[in-house]
Design a protein around this ligand. Structure first.
Ligand code: UDX
Length: 433
């Protein structure tokens, strides 16, 4: 099948390459010229395991092409995916829909044949309805169907999650043709037995926001328990293991520590709260404010703990920060808890040196005043405290004996509860979580 993917960021670039992998002819539209040039040359402008190989293969095979032209897109196919960003509005909780709106405004007047537009971006409930009404106004003697087909991919596993998802969800208006189209588009995935849930657009929009809100709640739940454990002298990791055996609870997403960040969970729970408020259902989601509060407290607590192990003041201390990406296997630093902590510690007078296996360039752009080292070892030179804030495998494999020679004081704060405490204590380190 021929199809267009509008927006080639994390979501769009992955979706476009994966659709080509499924055998489709795909045109990806990206309006930022630098990104477009990189992608057209088969290079991925961010770190995502497995994606560069897939993209290169399909750029070379000609099954995936990249363009900056909506006119070309309108001519290319009758199926369009919207995969543009929906960031948090500046100074507000709600989602900024300007890129989604722009995609419809630019594309629909150019359509000369009937078309199906499938939204993949995470949007507030009611967006598909609004866009559908607008598309009807903009369409020139053609029928434009809008449906929502949300994406649940995780960074670091984006290719795997797109090609082998847990489920596919389609929210379509009655009488539409998008179910037939989706069954064909996702044929190989459905053949693997993947469930396809067909529903209406508001439900599909809410499936996505509910999934992210639940994941965020699960993380903040265990972090709230961690606060009680701190006070009671109990071990939150053992609690997570023990309750996680209950199949109704499950062990996944119960890792306590520095909490969640990234380009999705934080902004999505805020946009969800904002939308619920607009709909007059704010009370139903008021607990999400507490989910957000627990999460943000983890960052403050990490700064306080670092100050405490430094003897009450960060002034003039050297702090090594290992990990700046919001999670391992990603170079994404959007709302990164690690960088947030690094910035706060620096503002309290410490000298902070950061190392991350993949996120150095992005970190430098966001926080140019921090110091950056080219290895974990270099970052720890003469450090008073070492903070491990992203659980990269590389840090789990560090030799505490060797690293002990490098630092001024053997104090490690394990912000992700990912190190082996006995190994570090045996090597003479004060181990804190
Ligand atoms: C998330 C959702 O998982 C995905 O389904 C959705 O499509 C987009 O948002 P992602 O942002 O890639 O994906 O990251 P995720 O793996 O969910 O982790 C989010 C954050 O939670 C990270 O900062 C991670 O470190 C943190 N986290 C995760 C915890 O603090 N504890 C956990 O147990 C799990």
């Amino acid at each position: 099948m021929r199809m267009v993917v509008l927006g080639l960021g994390y979501l769009g670039a992955t979706h476009a390459a994966c659709m080509a992998e499924l055998g489709h002819d795909v045109l990806g539209v990206e309006i930022v010229p630098e990104k477009r040039a990189q992608l057209a040359a088969g290079e991925v402008p961010f770190y995502e395991p497995g994606l560069p190989e897939l993209l290169k293969r399909h750029i070379d095979s000609g099954r995936l092409t990249v363009s900056g032209s909506y006119a070309e897109a309108a001519d290319f196919a009758d199926i369009f995916f919207i995969a543009v960003g929906t960031p948090q509005k500046k100074g507000e909780y709600s989602a900024d829909l300007q890129y989604v709106d722009a995609a419809i405004e630019e594309l629909v007047p150019l359509l000369t044949r009937d078309a199906i537009i499938l939204g993949k971006s995470t949007v507030p409930v009611g967006t598909a309805q609004r866009l559908s009404e607008r598309a009807d106004e903009l369409a020139k003697d053609v029928d434009v169907e809008i449906a929502w087909n949300p994406e649940f991919l995780r960074e670091g596993f984006a290719v795997q999650d797109t090609l082998h998802p847990d489920r596919l969800v389609l929210g379509m208006f009655a009488g539409g043709a998008s179910e037939t189209a989706c069954r064909e588009i996702y044929g190989p995935i459905l053949d693997e037995g993947t469930p396809l849930i067909v529903t209406d657009p508001p439900t599909a929009e809410l499936v996505k926001t509910s999934a992210n809100a639940f994941l965020a709640t699960k993380i903040s739940f265990i972090n709230a328990i961690a606060e009680v454990c701190d006070a009671a002298g109990a071990d939150v990791k053992s609690i997570a293991d023990a309750i996680g055996f209950d199949a109704r609870i499950g062990r996944k997403f119960l890792n306590a520590g520095l909490g969640f960040g990234g380009g999705c969970l934080p902004k999505d729970i805020r946009a969800f709260m904002a939308r619920a408020g607009e709909l007059g259902a704010a009370e139903a989601l008021s607990f999400l404010r507490e989910v957000d509060n627990v999460n943000m407290r983890r960052r403050t607590r990490m700064v306080e703990l670092t100050r405490e192990v430094c003897g009450g003041s960060l002034l003039g201390k050297r702090i090594a920060i290992l990990g700046s990406a919001f999670k391992p296997e990603s170079d994404d630093v959007r709302d990164s808890p690690a960088l947030n902590v690094a910035g706060q510690i620096q503002l309290q007078g410490a000298s902070v040196t950061v190392y991350d296996p993949k996120a150095m360039d992005n970190s430098r752009k966001l926080f140019p005043t921090l110091d950056y080292a080219i290895t974990a070892f270099d970052a720890c030179e003469k450090a008073d405290v070492v903070l491990v804030l992203t659980e990269w495998r590389e840090f789990l494999a560090l030799d505490p004996i060797e690293l002990g020679e490098q630092v001024r004081q053997r104090i490690v704060v394990d912000g992700r509860m990912c190190l082996d405490p006995a190994r570090w204590s045996d090597a003479g380190w004060q181990y804190r979580v």
